[in-house]
Ligand binder design. Structure first.
Ligand code: ME8
Length: 555
């Protein structure tokens, strides 16, 4: 990815320790459903990238938050006998608690009801009016409340193909639920004016939308023509009022997308706000699910162009998590189908570290991923219990046993001594960092796992227990165990963004600092481990899962 090269370079006094800014966001989730495996997936994808970038020397801003306005939320609040504000406030802890448990390291948490966001959206409206990209009219058409999306008559005709429904009840072409008729005064955004500028932008930035399949999809959608978009509502009031026409509240998507600007100081009149905005905008990456790419890749860039602002560098669209149905095929996980897996069930089975490892390495980014408890247990047992956990436990046990509870010291000639482990570590930073920057976490973790496998093999080949019996081979034993601990240090470093607690624990057991540094390339260089510190054997990091635990998890 070309993130670093295309950034505007801030002046040194704006840049903490000269670090480049890396601004990454999750979608802001609707508050009326509790966080689930899908929303957690997007959030952990961002967290892993944020952690990797911090370790790799970036000044990271990682934003997540909640989308709290709109008709859906207003309806849910009424159903629960609460005001919309009471209702949204009651839902916030569910998100914050789960994110804390899943070790989400967000630097900011935005709620669209916050005053800073109201100010930012109202500022955006003023800019739209001043630049002539909005006009007042009347909207007649269809609206899907669960999806908070307008549909044209052409879209709706598709829905009417559903024979189970009477012709007079159009259904949403996306989710199949009944559409509402909307007939109200509205302000419109001149989206149609941006067809050619968008196509030109896509041409000039072929890596704006990833993966490629989504790029093609978005491009052909825009080639098909764009209509102006109704961007205010008057039939309810749970939204941000227009500063110059208070009867209208902002359409929830128009409001929600602006969150990415708000969090970096847009609309903040102070110098600090202006500095933050100059430093952080444009964002490097918006991570979204494939369901919301049109909003992020068509409407959002058009809004930014209309406001005279830069477009973010990348939108990364991932697929859906699917569960294997009775026929063995993947089907979308949903509460209504009764096949949804709760994050709690996965945490109980795999622990938080196993949870993160499984989703970040076994679900191919960009594609839909079928998940199952059996597969989770298979990945966990083979990679974490048998390979990684086992290596840590064997190596630390041997260090404790043969070197009196301390790690052996690095030999002075370590750099010239042959070791299959130093060979395995050679060039590892470049391969790993390229994979991580491309969000290919499976390939990133594979680099760590190759080193782990090499180390497990090295134990078999060198048989330290035999060396320990021969006093003439004491130096070989020392060099062997030191090499194993050094390989463990590097593997733990590489796995840190995916499994932060487990890596911190491994570092502690090695007698090393348990907070990651910010020079990943340096940390990956062979031979950093000096040794001579007390080591801790500790409990098994990843106890093996048996069939009974897997069967119980599915109940
Ligand atoms: O769309 N698999 O919020 P939302 C993977 N508020 N990811 C999934 C998923 C699944 N089965 N289900 C949901 C909204 N997601 C708007 C966003 S942004 C300015 C406003 C993830 O609560 C995925 O990232 O419906 C998807 O795009 C997002 O949750 C939708 O969250």
């Amino acid at each position: 990815m070309s993130n670093e090269t295309s950034q505007t370079s801030p002046t040194p006094d704006e840049e903490p320790a000269g670090k480049p800014s890396y601004y990454i966001t999750t979608p802001i989730y609707y508050v009326n459903a509790k966080p689930h495996l899908g929303t957690a997936y997007s959030t952990i994808v961002c967290d892993t990238q944020a952690r990797f970038r911090r370790m790799d020397g970036c000044d990271v801003k990682f934003l997540t938050g909640l989308d709290e306005h709109g008709q859906k939320v207003a309806d849910s609040a009424a159903q629960h006998g609460m005001t919309p504000q009471q209702w949204v406030d009651s839902m916030v802890p569910d998100f914050k608690d789960l994110w804390r448990e899943l070790e989400i390291s967000n630097d900011d948490f935005i709620r669209t009801t916050q005053p800073r966001h109201v100010r930012s959206v109202q500022h955006f409206w003023e800019v739209m009016r001043d630049r002539g990209y909005i006009y007042k009219g009347r909207y007649e058409g269809w609206y899907c409340v669960p999806e908070e999306t307008y549909f044209t008559p052409t879209d709706v005709r598709h829905a009417e193909v559903n024979r189970d429904r009477p012709e007079d009840q159009p259904l949403c072409p996306d989710c199949g639920r009944p559409l509402s008729r909307v007939s109200e005064d509205s302000w419109f955004f001149r989206l149609s004016a941006f067809q050619q500028p968008l196509l030109d932008f896509y041409d000039a930035h072929p890596d704006f939308i990833q993966p490629q399949i989504r790029y093609n999809e978005v491009r052909s959608f825009v080639e098909g023509g764009l209509k102006d978009l109704s961007v205010t509502r008057t039939s309810f009031d749970w939204g941000i009022p227009l500063p110059f026409d208070e009867r209208h509240v902002t359409y929830v998507w128009f409001d929600a997308l602006i969150n990415y600007l708000t969090a970096v100081g847009y609309g903040d009149p102070t110098d600090e706000g202006a500095r933050e905005f100059a430093r952080r905008w444009p964002a490097q990456t918006h991570v979204v699910g494939k369901d919301i790419i049109r909003f992020h890749c068509v409407i959002w860039p058009a809004m930014l162009m209309a406001a005279g602002l830069e477009v973010p560098e990348h939108v990364l669209a991932h697929g859906f998590l699917l569960v294997r149905g009775a026929d063995g095929k993947g089907e979308k996980m949903s509460k209504s189908r009764g096949n949804a897996i709760a994050p709690r069930q996965v945490i109980d089975l795999l622990g938080v570290e196993g949870y993160r490892y499984y989703f970040m390495t076994d679900v191919v980014h960009g594609a839909d991923g079928a998940i199952s408890f059996e597969r989770m247990a298979q990945v966990y047992n083979s990679d974490l219990a048998n390979s990684w956990g086992n290596l840590v436990s064997r190596a630390l046990n041997m260090a404790a046993k043969y070197f009196d509870g301390r790690s052996p010291r690095r030999a002075t000639d370590y750099a010239v001594r042959e070791s299959p482990l130093s060979q395995a570590a050679d060039g590892i930073y470049d391969r790993y960092a390229a994979a991580m920057r491309a969000f290919d976490y499976a390939a990133g973790a594979r680099e760590a796992m190759r080193l782990v496998e090499a180390a497990n093999l090295y134990i078999e080949q060198t048989a330290p227990w035999a060396l320990a019996k021969d006093p003439a081979r004491a130096d070989d034993l020392r060099f062997t165990i030191w090499g194993l601990l050094e390989a463990i240090r590097i593997a733990a470093t590489l796995l840190w963004p995916i499994m932060p607690s487990a890596s911190a624990e491994v570092m502690r057991r090695l007698g090393l600092p348990d907070v990651p540094g910010d020079d990943l390339r340096g940390a990956c260089a062979w031979g950093q481990f000096e040794g001579g510190e007390p080591v801790t054997k500790g409990e098994a990091l990843f106890p093996r899962l048996d069939d009974e635990a897997v069967a119980k998890a599915g109940e």
